[in-house]
Write a protein that binds this ligand. Sequence first.
Ligand SMILES: Nc1nc2c(c(=O)[nH]1)N[C@H]1C(S)=C(S)[C@@H](COP(=O)(O)O)O[C@H]1N2
Ligand SMILES: [Mo]
Length: 253
Amino acid sequence: MASDDVNRGLPSGVDPARVAARARAVARKQAEAPSRVAAGQGAPTASRLPPGQTAVRKWPRLDLGVLPEVDLAGHAVRIDGLCRRPLQFDLAAIAALPQHASLQDFHCVTGWSRLDLQFSGVRVRDVLQLAGAADDARFLLVRGADGYSANLPREQVERDDVLLVTHWDGAPLPIDHGGPIRMVTPQLWAWKGVKWVSRIELRRTDRRGFWERRGYSNTADPFRDDRFDGGVAPATYAVEVPDDAEPYQPEET
Ligand SMILES: Nc1nc2c(c(=O)[nH]1)N[C@H]1C(S)=C(S)[C@@H](COP(=O)(O)O)O[C@H]1N2
Ligand SMILES: [Mo]
């Protein structure tokens, strides 16, 4: 059955109906613009707002609906895989690294964008260097304490504005938004930025994360309207979601 397929491997505690409703919200977004071309082939736009996006005033919360029990003092990020010095970073270790602030935009594939979020934290590039990331570690698989994951090519995380964020507007990042430590990837769809980051695995080969396995684009470029593999929402979503499912509403925080 399609629903078993699409939900195989759901992290524990995740409500399949919630994932399905979320997937349908994204599919609806895609259906609004049937003429959109295959992933990565759209015309780039000069606007700060990617095509098909609506700017929102608040910063919505959106995740699998599981708030992991993160121990603020003890939470640590493990960096392992293809590196010479596998490391474990807690908040104190992160505070000791060079801090960077970045004013940036946040684009969710379900259609909202929140502009001008003021973040600070450390560069992913810096922690990879500390861990002695190998030259042939071309990909990352990043995991969150809720069982979520996202994959990224190494060059996408070595940009100045890709951070492990600990602060928003000068205050510790709230747990709802992935505190104490989350990744942000302003140049890509926000699903690539894992909340409650617990592990960064350096890999020679690409391995898809949670949404990428479910048909989201592996390249995820908002400015090319690059939302799904092949440019279309995965067919499994259409058959899997009951017709009377509530439209998914991101929770306001
Ligand atoms: N650990 C974890 N990280 C996650 C998610 C998740 O479910 N779990 N959802 C992703 C998605 S789809 C989005 S749009 C953003 C939402 O971040 P926010 O809740 O701070 O707005 O987090 C991303 N990172
Ligand atoms: Mo998202």
